[in-house]
Design a protein around this ligand. Structure first.
Ligand code: MF3
Ligand code: CO
Length: 290
């Protein structure tokens, strides 16, 4: 890569001059690279225009999940949740990102109890009293992606399962607190796994979070089982999801042979997950979507 001079336009397409934009940023990145840290590639560093688009997309995603929150109840099928998500997303001018994504057949993922993620909505699956369910929504708006998920407790959920849902949420909150420029993704992961383990739970290893922007899934893969101080350096302008899957029993999982998508716990014990989308800012973080 040819070195830019300070009065040339910045590589991020902000329209600002390099000297007033990413020059100091690049010095910092070079310093980490020389110490063999994994650093973010330029193409995942968002400028303000891109972030503005992603914030609009996120607003829709949040509104869709709010709509689900108001209406979800025992007796409803997961197909009906899919309908709600499709209707609300399109009504607000968005497209549900999962629909036809790598052959995924529905507009949302609905993962109940021992389903870890990628549960496919179906007219044959009815919510019953005591279920815990993750509803994972993703939106494309004007080409900008957003992605977040929440857990819902249906009726009278056992104290044991309620605690799993709460701890999974705390894991995300504790991970979020670790997001700051020039830290490592492993700092987020360590906070999450420590809290999960302290409660006797495990963290899924093979599935994790991801960068996001003009694509649904961008680099990096965000693991929640790596150590503090390892993994990619967090730099301002990076956007990624924090979405650990917390299992009550073993971390082992398998994928449903019949549909090739749905992930289950091996031991059939429940799993819980919340997902937020986070921007690394100059002094910390901004939660874009939850
Ligand atoms: N929202 C899920 C994620 O966090 C998307 C899974 S891909 C799908 O990555 F096709 F199943 F939607
Ligand atoms: Co995601």
């Amino acid at each position: 890569m040819r070195k830019l001079t300070k009065d040339q336009p910045c590589w991020c397409n902000s329209g600002k001059m390099y000297g007033d934009c990413h020059m100091d940023f690049d010095k910092k990145i070079d310093m980490f690279r020389k110490k063999f840290h994994k650093v973010p590639p330029r193409q995942i560093i968002k400028n303000e225009a891109l972030l503005a688009g992603m914030r609009e997309s996120s607003k829709i995603n949040i509104a869709v999940l709010d709509y689900v929150a108001e209406n979800i109840k025992a007796g409803m099928t997961t197909e009906e949740i899919d309908r709600m998500v499709y209707e609300k997303t399109t009504q607000l001018g968005g497209i549900p990102a999962p629909l036809n994504y790598e052959g995924y057949p529905k507009s949302v993922c609905t993962s109940i109890n021992e389903q870890v993620c990628h549960g496919i909505p179906s007219k044959n699956v009815q919510l019953i009293d005591g279920d815990i369910i993750n509803v994972d929504c993703s939106t494309i708006y004007n080409g900008y992606f957003s992605d977040s998920s929440r857990m819902f407790c249906i009726g009278n959920v056992s104290a044991e399962n309620r605690k799993l849902v709460e701890v999974a949420r705390e894991c995300v909150e504790l991970g979020l607190k670790q997001v700051k420029p020039w830290g490592h993704l492993g700092d987020v992961a360590q906070a999450i796994q420590d809290h999960a383990h302290a409660n006797g739970y495990t963290v899924v290893r093979q599935v994790g979070g991801h960068g996001i922007g003009l694509e649904f899934h961008e680099t990096p893969f965000v693991s929640y089982v790596i150590r503090k101080g390892t993994g990619m350096v967090m730099a301002p302008g990076m956007v990624f999801t924090i979405e650990p899957m917390i299992n009550m029993g073993s971390h082992e999982i398998y994928i449903d042979d019949n549909n090739g998508w749905t992930v289950y716990t091996d031991d059939e014990k429940p799993s819980a997950q919340w997902e937020i989308m986070v921007l690394v800012t100059n002094d910390g973080y901004e939660v874009m979507c939850w």
